[in-house]
Design a protein around this ligand. Sequence first.
Ligand SMILES: C[S@@+](CC[C@H](N)C(=O)[O-])C[C@H]1O[C@@H](n2cnc3c(N)ncnc32)[C@H](O)[C@@H]1O
Length: 351
Amino acid sequence: MKNAHEQDPVLDRFHFLVNAPALFNAVTTAAELRLFSFLSEKPGARSEEIRAFSGLPAHQLRVLLQAVCATGLLERRDGGYHNSAVAEELLAPDGPDSWRHILTGWKEVYYPAFPHMTHALRTGTNTALEAHPGDEPTLYQRLAHNPPLEKIFHRAMTAFTLRSVDALVEQPVFRDVRHVLDVGGGDGSTSARLVARHAQLRSTVLDMPSVSRLADGARPDGQADGLPDRVELLTGDIFTDPFPDGPDAVLFSHVLEIFDEDSILHLLGKAYASLPPGGRVLLYGYNVADDETEGVYGARLGLYFNVLASGRGMAYPARDYERWLERAGFDNVRTIGGLPYEHGLSLGVKS
Ligand SMILES: C[S@@+](CC[C@H](N)C(=O)[O-])C[C@H]1O[C@@H](n2cnc3c(N)ncnc32)[C@H](O)[C@@H]1O
């Protein structure tokens, strides 16, 4: 007789989940070995050909291919290997938006932190940060002491941003914006997409000096050869340095969720003070469901913040952001929810 649980989809998920750390690393290894790119060019390649390409010993390649086939990302037909449609779209491409960069970033930065989870959550401290040199309170600041890892981290973040930014860029609200301040704008990838889509728009990206330098070919005058002319880089600390006057919109993209309520209210207060009447604030990022029961991307992010990155923060539900926007003085507060990758855009206007 069948166990009643065998019909339960949670059981399937459980079986996958408990094996997921090993499978995650197998997929990441396959991506780092460029197996998905190879199979994109040579669909149906046999293991001997994959072996010649990868240089792996035959037995170890057999183990790796079995693991990746078990995820469904590779398929074996008539003795040859093929990318699944998902692997072909996400993992085979080599460009800056390839999921390969995201997997490497998660492997090198996020996942080494999670064995600290029980201790970190119990003590309310991001104890995994101790593995990173420096004495600053957040991962973002400490990564400046480790340029190779900082580069991996931002390459992953940029790839994820490029995968999720279209839903932001296409918002009609940008048609009425002249100059946006992109707070914590990283290497400027989001702003570059925004100005490319909206001809009237220019952007000022505010981030830490070590991050701004990552914008390809940054010049001493603050302009970056790798960024469009209408994107300028401004270096500073988003908490302690003033926001510049002039922009008629302030964007926080994947930034507020790093922090706690007091810090978020402080940043929203700075945005409100710097904006002219009619100016807009835009909060883009992950939202867990309002009842806080759904959101796997949001779950991973909240755990990463609390175990490693900042010791606080989470992918707050949209209603939290709306409450904070109103407390900061903004009117016409609303959220456009249900965007890809569990994203939402909360907006407010300074009357
Ligand atoms: C999660 S990333 C988001 C990057 C970009 N906005 C995006 O959507 O891809 C957070 C950014 O905030 C920046 N940041 C965090 N704390 C900061 C601080 N105190 N001053 C300046 N930038 C900071 C980090 O360097 C990082 O680039």
